[in-house]
Ligand binder design. Structure first.
Ligand SMILES: [Zn+2]
Length: 375
């Protein structure tokens, strides 16, 4: 997908943000070993301070304080441990100042308070796409193999050809109900350029979430008069190598699906870039339907992840929801486009987290539950 400058009066803001992204991408420090969560020690000290201001620290923090005092705070002297229990604020600040750990950008996603979405299973499917299939642009042999697996995972899964693009196939799962249907979608192809791009966040994450949601709704009790659900994985979202502009070369699967099914689509919820490990945040994408977005925000609050959906709007983005918008279907693009690894080989497993995909999955599960009940 790409910024949609045609509908965006504040394109300079977008260009500035793109500059930021480029700056971060070329920095070799942009991808620290986030698995180790290096700010955990500082966080522990602060929590201890807030919850138990005058009590003894947990052993690990106490040991840390001793170590810090030994080499960083000569004034601590031999009385350091006792002093630490009396005055927790001092060693806590010292921890933050002296710790050599790299500063990761942003926080981890909040933990959802519901468990309708199987985050572990979704993350395993994300990983399987990346690790079992690797670079898998539209039309490639690995993507065609992946498509067979995805079709088998989707309830009532079937292929739909993409007219004019031989070899490309959308994959459609469904849960029966009243028409027109609620559609939850993502693209399952990845960038053709750069070679070797695996798209953990851009491609695999949305795909994994759509499949996981489909399976959850297929198993769940269906309320009377519920709307039909469609779970659609678009092929050919990314443009072929060397083809421009994006608006004409990309979005191949979604254009085909919208052309054929817009009339039977009540609303579209598109998932893209939803698993960024840290700093996950979804301002309303400028082209997303405001009313539907409001429902997503209240769904997110209801499951405890409202913080991920701040009350502001970003520029419009050309993405698989665009062909639906153009046909008058209310559509939203759940996308965190402020992703330093975007369109680079660093969009790999180190850049994504189960917690992130789970938080979004729970919020979207809640939203779809409401939408299909007609509320
Ligand atoms: Zn994408």
């Amino acid at each position: 997908m790409a910024w949609d400058f045609s509908t965006n009066p504040e394109s300079q803001t977008q260009l500035d943000r793109m500059d930021d992204v480029v700056r971060e991408e070329i920095s070799p420090l942009a991808t620290p070993d986030l698995d180790r969560e290096p700010i955990a020690l500082a966080g522990t000290a602060e929590q201890t301070e807030r919850r138990r201001p005058r009590r003894r620290r947990r052993p690990a923090a106490g040991v840390l304080v001793v170590l810090l005092c030994a080499w960083a705070l000569p004034a601590c002297g031999s009385g350091a441990p006792d002093q630490a229990t009396q005055e927790p604020a001092v060693p806590s600040q010292a921890t933050a100042a002296a710790a050599p750990a790299p500063q990761p950008r942003g926080r981890l996603a909040p933990r959802a308070t519901t468990n309708h979405f199987d985050g572990a299973r979704a993350f395993a499917l994300l990983r399987a796409q990346v690790e079992d299939y690797g670079w898998r642009p539209a039309g490639s042999a690995p993507l065609r193999r992946l498509a067979l697996r995805l079709r088998a995972l989707l309830p009532r899964g079937r292929f739909e050809n993409v007219p004019g693009h031989p070899g490309l196939r959308n994959i459609v799962g469904s849960v029966p109900g009243r028409m027109p249907a609620i559609v939850v979608a993502a693209h399952y192809d990845v960038e053709a350029v750069p070679a070797g791009f695996v798209g953990a966040n851009d491609g695999a994450a949305g795909t994994a979430a759509v499949v996981t949601l489909a399976r959850a709704f297929d198993r769940a009790r269906r309320p009377p008069d519920a709307r039909a659900l469609r779970f659609v994985l678009f092929d050919g979202e990314e443009e072929p190598a060397g083809c421009e502009p994006f608006a004409e070369c990309g979005l191949r699967g979604s254009k085909a699906y919208a052309k054929r099914h817009a009339g039977e689509t009540r609303a579209l919820v598109l998932l893209d870039y939803i698993a960024e490990r840290r700093g996950l945040s979804f301002p309303r994408e400028g082209g997303s339907d405001a009313e539907l977005w409001g429902k997503l925000r209240s769904a997110a609050r209801a499951v405890g992840v409202g913080r991920l959906f701040p009350n502001r709007t970003s520029g419009a983005i050309l993405d698989d929801h665009t062909p639906f918008r153009q046909r008058g279907v209310p559509a939203i693009d759940v996308i965190d486009f402020d992703y330093p690894q975007r369109d680079t080989l660093a969009d790999n497993m180190s850049a994504v987290a189960q917690r992130s995909i789970d938080a979004v999955g729970e919020a979207v599960h809640r939203l779809v539950t409401r939408l299909r009940a007609g509320r």
